[in-house]
Design a protein around this ligand. Structure first.
Ligand code: 8YV
Length: 320
């Protein structure tokens, strides 16, 4: 009666407290701490039915393939582009994730980046610290309120961004694979059209093959020399080299970027530019939101073990 289920934890969690809570409730093995992970998987892989990972760490096919009895993956995060869908479906393993609880903080971060990029806040901080204020003025910047906000990806996070936009008296339009039923916002059937229309283009679309490099040189050219790009979704949605080029040549005015194609390594060209604000994938990174995500990771695992169904399941998993 006192036997705790075994859990393979793929790596340390973004909230250290969650590591402790998992270890309290389960017989946890931390794969990232094994001296030889491949050997460990080959020898012990068949012991594990449950695995915990995060959206950022993901789960590659070769690990799924080394876990013949895998039944359930509990992932910390709402994105599931880094979890190998084909390998998981082949295995018949189900996948839980943490939608809903991070919408507010990710939308807050989108606006933090938007306001920073428009008003030059991070740049102004560097200006003051360098002592440049005593030597001259910080230039005037771009107004954010009352402008046009284009949203790429009108899901839970996109619609939360749209709600915030109302407080800034912004006009909202969006592009999505298809119009969202019941959405009060204007739908534009092409991303190019949205980029042409928008002063600020905010990306809140899911990552993965379907959205890879959707924002390319042509879309950035359409956004134009007065336009700003904000990305709180996935780096893969943007052609990062094209973005660096557009910023450098001022074919767009600026950008605020929380996610990158190859994390934790932003394209070096971006680091040299003053018209881009860079953040290290922190949009969900508040005590309150990470706590709520951790609770859902635990609840998904517990509920799957008890009932065979997690509280929140990724769509392609729920469809099996
Ligand atoms: C990270 C995220 O998951 O939810 C997502 O998809 O990208 C973030 O919330 C978080 O940093 C943990 O990896």
């Amino acid at each position: 009666a006192n036997i705790r289920p075994r859990v393979l934890q793929y790596g340390r969690m973004p909230l250290p407290q969650l590591d402790a809570e998992l270890t309290q409730a389960y017989e946890v093995t931390l794969l990232s701490e094994q001296p030889d992970r491949e050997q460990f998987l080959a020898e012990q892989g068949a012991q594990f039915e449950y695995l915990v990972t995060s959206a950022a760490m993901g789960l590659p096919a070769h690990v799924v393939d080394a876990l013949p009895r895998l039944k359930f993956v509990s992932s910390f995060g709402v994105g599931f582009d880094a979890l190998d869908r084909d390998a998981l479906l082949r295995r018949g393993a189900r996948v839980g994730y943490t939608p809903g609880v991070l919408d507010d903080c990710v939308a807050d971060m989108a606006f933090a980046l938007l306001l920073d990029a428009a008003r030059g806040l991070s740049e102004s901080d560097r200006f003051v610290r360098r002592g440049d204020w005593a030597r001259g003025r910080f230039g005037v910047r771009t107004r954010a309120s009352g402008k046009r906000l284009g949203i790429l990806g009108m899901g839970r996070i996109g619609s939360t961004v749209a709600r915030r936009a109302a407080g800034f008296d912004m006009e909202v339009a969006y592009h999505n694979r298809r119009p969202v039923e019941g959405s009060p916002h204007r739908y534009l059937p092409s991303l190019l059209e949205l980029a042409r229309w928008a002063d600020f283009l905010v990306i809140t679309a899911a990552g993965g093959d379907g959205t890879r490099h959707l924002v390319n040189a042509e879309v950035l050219a359409a956004l134009g020399p007065q336009g700003f790009l904000i990305n709180v979704a996935r780096g893969s949605v943007v052609d990062e080299a094209a973005l660096a080029d557009a910023l450098q040549t001022r074919r767009i005015a600026g950008a605020g970027i929380d996610v990158f194609e190859d994390e934790p390594r932003p394209l070096p060209a971006l680091l040299a530019l003053d018209n881009v604000v860079l953040a290290p994938h922190i949009a969900s990174g508040t005590h309150e939101t990470r706590r709520a995500m951790a609770d859902l990771v635990l609840r998904n695992l517990q509920q799957f073990i008890a009932t065979g169904r997690p509280a929140a399941e990724v769509p392609w998993s729920a469809a099996q």
